[in-house]
Design a protein around this ligand. Sequence first.
Ligand code: SF4
Length: 330
Amino acid sequence: MKPLLAVRDLTTEFAMPGGLVARAVDGVSLDLYPGETLALVGESGSGKTTLALSLLRLIPEPPGRIDPAGRVELDGADILRWDAKALRRVRGGDLAMIFQEPGSSLNPVMTVGSQITETVRAHGQPDRRAARRRALELLADVGISDPDRRLGQYPHQLSGGMQQRVMIAMALAGNPKVLIADEPTTALDVTIQLQILDLLSDLQRRLGLAVLLITHDLGLAARVADRVAVMYAGRIAESAPAARLFDHPQHPYTEALLHAVPRIDRDVARLPVVPGQPPLATQWPTGCRFHPRCRHAWERCRGAEPSLLGTDQEHLARCWLVDEPARRAP
Ligand code: SF4
């Protein structure tokens, strides 16, 4: 099967004070296939959100810059080469995005109805009545009861979970093929988080959407992802089908993240965390970027950075242990 979204060697950097350059995303490649959910997981500062914004070319330039040597192909066409008009068409059209804070993404002085109908009209439905009918359908699609009444309400009259449902309805207005969801549940309480994730899974199945879920929470990824890519220090550290990654993680960073996920069957006084601090994007460590925090590190790790290694293309890890498993510390 051909990927719907194929990212190749994507690099995004920012000019910083003092002549420094922060290379937040550094040579990332990944594929998203029709109808699948790929979770992109990592701590904050790993480059996940910069990657997502780069896919839609929402990086402010300057100080940001997407290296033109990379490619972001949607259905075979490279978005990085598109002009402003084509970009406007694809954003919110084939490629839609929802963000962490629905409250700050919605316009506080416009009713929910005006915001959704405007979005529907911007995507090719000029007739007001038809746009309103479509808005009602979209609200029902995302599980909002009494949509007629909701259309007349303002964002502050809705709960956080309801606001996120409205954002998802607006994202669906352009009939996207790909939905990028950047920490869509972080601002919500746990029960609502699960409801929103279940909604995303349901929409993905019903509409055949491909979903790129960006999250720092491996527990959430485990619930919905078909495949998982773990990001560390601007690079993909490991990628695999979800079950393989959770059952047999290869990269010590993935292992450490999994250890830090709370589990009901583990009685611990204090939750383990990944030791050490994530490095700064202006100063990625030489050699393996994880080596200052890795309990398995040896000379080779400090001297050279591994590429993505694996015995098959489905499960890859950027770690010398794939080459030398006997080095794994007990
Ligand atoms: Fe740890 Fe070495 Fe693997 Fe890096 S390459 S993750 S330092 S074992």
